[in-house]
Every structure is written in structure tokens, then in C-alpha cells.
Design a protein around this ligand. Structure first.
Ligand code: ARG
Length: 394
């Protein structure tokens, strides 16, 4: 599984030397900007790859994984929109499919032994086809950055220009994850050069911008009134919201392998869409649904963060999540200004808001006199328990 970066380029050469077998590469386009996939392919072939498969999976990523995450209000530890996490099972699926079609019996990935991605790739590949061996050389070889650079030089592996960058970056349509370098000190404010998608507040427009997102079945289908496929909709919204400084996350998260890590995320479109979706879902659901769904969503987020997307529980949670989302049709209006996205309007044919019940005007159909008896009964268990307690205390 080949990104074209330093790690996987070294890996590609090393695998051929170490095992003396033909090696093919998979590079999967999940919407990383500036991916230069033709160059990546040419580089892989240059470095001796037998085949260099490049797969455009943007649509599948959006239709299957991002959609699922939106309906689940997918946030890990209430902050991270799971952008890297939900791409890994898709990449694993594609790699397994290609491996099966081309009689490839082992898949290698370039993740380290400390991160989440090794778990996501391996747990997914093992679930999908446990006859395939998974190799994680970077976990074993203990090469430092400098050693990799030396290896690259010795083996005439072109070193990508960004290898000098102190950061480790993963990017796709749903977001950009940045770690390492100065970010490893959680007490230090991230330097402005870490963000590319989200404008620093000092450079955001001084005038607010409004966006309207239209949903059908919990999925965004319109942007500012125009029907738009999910991939271009997300791309456009990344630009619009990023321009207003929306979608920057600085968090310390609990990794699967037990340690905490400090990560910066840039997720402008996800920040806006998730906020809008949650608003509309709440608007179309009852109080009881609204109190239950967050527990399901949280479990869904944990399962996807923790690399267990192919566990039957996820399919079962999805059945519930999909059922709730059937009615989530309508539009949400948001105001983007100086780093904030604020919901300023929502409307839906399935909205459960009733003007005649809520209004304080004469048209009100709510019978306020019923509230009296209701409160007697509603407060009864609390009253009994409180007085029982008071009596016992003396
Ligand atoms: N911490 C995030 C996750 O586990 C992102 C990891 C992506 N890698 C990176 N090089 N920043 O989903």
C-alpha cells in the first residue's frame, strides 16, 4: 500500500531486496489534494514495482464511508471527525480485492507500530481474507528518519520534497491529520504553518458568509440550493468553510494502542456538515430518539476509530442509524464567521416542531391547564423520594 512518500518508497525497495519477490503497489485516491498519482505510479514502476495500481476511490469513499459517518454524527471523543480512520477499511477492501484478483498473497503497509492505522489495516485485512499475510516492516526495522534518508540515497530513491517537514500528515476528502514535530508537546500552540485548509483567523474575511445544506435521508445532496454530488460538495465546502477559519481541531486523543497523542485536524467541510446534520436529525426526531442516538453514535465512532469496521456490530448499528436517518430530509442554514459555523435556520417537512404548540400567541393549541396535573404526576417519584430521605435524616 503505497503513498509515494519516503516511508513507503523505502519500503518498496526493501521488500524486493529482502524477500526477492515481485512487488506491486496500490495507491488509493481518497481525495488527498496534490496527490500527483501519475507521478506516484511512475515512481513505483521506476523503483521496480511489477504493477502499480492506482485506484480512484473518492466516490466510494464518499458514498459509503463518509455518508455512514455523517449519519452517525461520527466524532471520536466528541471532536475528531474520523477522517483518517474511515479511509483505512476502504483501502483495505480495495487492496484485498486487487490482491485476490492478481494472486497476490501478502500485503505490506507503511504504518508504524505505535499508531492506529496498523490496527485498522490489519484488523480489516484479516477479517476480509485471512489467507493474506500482512507485513508491517516499519514496525520491525527500527530505521530512523535519517537512516531512511541514507537508505534512499544508497538506493537512488528520489526523496519527496516534503520529507524535510517535521510533521506526519495524512489527508483525504474528509480531513487532514497532522502530528509529530513541535506538536508532540501538548502544551505548545501549533505554529500557523501546520494548517493549509483552514485560514488563520487574522486572514479570514471580515464579513460573514451563509451556506445552506440540503439533506435527503441524512445525506447532503444540495449546496446553496444546487444539487451537488457528495465529492464536489465536500470539496467546495472545504474551501468555503476553510476560508472562514472553520474546522481546526487541536486535541489529545486516546489511541487504540493505549497511549495518548496530540493531533491537529483540519476538517472544514466535515465540521459544517456534521453540525448541520445533527441539527436536522434532532429536529426530525422525538425526544426519546434524541436521547438514545448519541449512545449508538458514540459506539459507532469508537468501532471505526478502533479499526473494527468489519465487526458485525457495525452493520447492526448501521441498521439503527439508517432507520433514524430515513426521515432526515430538509435544509440547514449556517453562518460562517471568524472560525465559527453557527446554525441560524433549519426547515424540514419531517420537522417535529409545531408552531401552534410552541407559540405564545393567541393561535396556540397547547392547553396550558393540562400542565398542572402533568407536573403533579411527573414530579411524584422525586417528591416521594426526597421527602422519604428528609424524614429519615430527621
Ligand atoms: N490520529 C488520527 C487517527 O488515528 C490520524 C492519524 C493519521 N496519521 C498521521 N500521520 N497524522 O485517525
Amino acid at each position: 500500500m503505497y503513498s509515494g512518500g519516503l516511508d513507503t518508497s523505502v519500503l518498496l525497495k526493501w521488500l524486493q531486496d529482502e524477500y526477492g519477490v515481485p512487488v506491486s503497489t496500490f495507491t488509493i485516491d481518497v481525495g488527498q489534494r496534490d496527490a500527483h498519482l501519475d507521478e506516484v505510479k511512475a515512481k513505483a514502476l521506476d523503483l521496480g514495482a511489477e504493477n502499480a495500481f492506482v485506484v480512484d476511490a473518492k466516490e466510494e469513499f464518499a458514498e459509503k464511508y463518509i455518508t455512514g459517518s455523517i449519519k452517525a454524527n461520527g466524532l471520536y471523543q466528541e471532536q475528531y471527525p474520523l477522517s483518517t480512520a474511515i479511509a483505512r477499511p476502504l483501502m483495505s477492501e480495495i487492496a484485498v480485492k486487487y490482491a485476490q484478483e492478481h494472486d497476490i498473497d501478502a500485503i505490506a503497509h507503511g504504518s508504524t507500530g505505535k499508531g492506529n492505522d496498523q490496527v485498522r489495516f490489519e484488523a480489516s485485512i484479516n477479517a476480509l481474507d485471512d489467507t493474506i499475510t500482512v507485513l508491517a516492516p516499519i514496525r520491525k526495522w527500527n530505521m530512523s528518519r535519517d537512516m531512511e534518508m541514507d537508505y534512499a540515497e544508497e538506493n537512488e530513491i528520489p526523496v519527496p520534497i516534503d520529507s524535510g517537514s517535521p510533521y506526519s500528515i495524512d489527508e483525504n476528502l474528509w480531513g487532514r491529520s497532522i502530528e509529530c514535530g513541535v506538536l508532540e508537546d501538548p502544551s505548545v500552540e501549533p505554529p500557523e504553518n501546520v494548517h493549509l485548509l483552514v485560514n488563520p483567523i487574522s486572514e479570514t474575511p471580515d464579513e460573514a458568509e451563509y451556506v445552506e445544506i440540503g439533506f435527503e435521508g441524512g445525506v447532503p445532496v444540495k449546496l446553496n440550493g444546487e444539487e451537488t454530488d457528495l465529492v464536489p460538495l465536500i470539496k467546495e465546502l472545504n474551501k468555503i468553510a476553510g476560508n472562514h477559519g472553520v474546522g481546526l481541531i487541536d486535541m489529545v486523543e486516546d489511541r487504540i494502542v493505549g497511549l495518548k497523542s496530540r493531533e491537529i485536524y483540519e476538517t472544514p467541510a466535515a465540521a459544517v456538515i456534521l453540525k448541520a446534520h445533527k441539527e436536522l436529525e434532532k429536529y426530525c426526531s422525538t425526544r426519546h430518539e434524541n436521547s438514545f442516538k448519541p449512545a449508538v453514535d458514540q459506539k459507532w465512532a469508537e468501532m471505526s476509530y478502533q479499526g473494527l469496521m468489519f465487526d458485525p456490530l457495525v452493520e447492526e448499528l448501521n441498521a439503527y442509524i439508517d432507520a433514524v436517518n430515513e426521515k432526515v430530509d430538509g435544509t440547514v442554514n449556517l453562518k460562517l464567521f471568524k472560525g465559527k459555523a453557527t446554525v441560524v435556520g433549519r426547515s424540514s417537512e419531517n420537522g417535529l416542531y409545531s408552531y401552534s404548540l410552541a407559540t405564545y400567541d393567541e393561535e396556540s393549541t397547547f392547553d396550558q391547564s393540562s400542565s398542572e396535573g402533568f407536573i403533579d404526576i411527573w414530579g411524584l417519584p422525586t417528591k416521594v423520594a426526597y421527602n422519604h430521605h428528609e424524614t429519615k435524616e430527621g
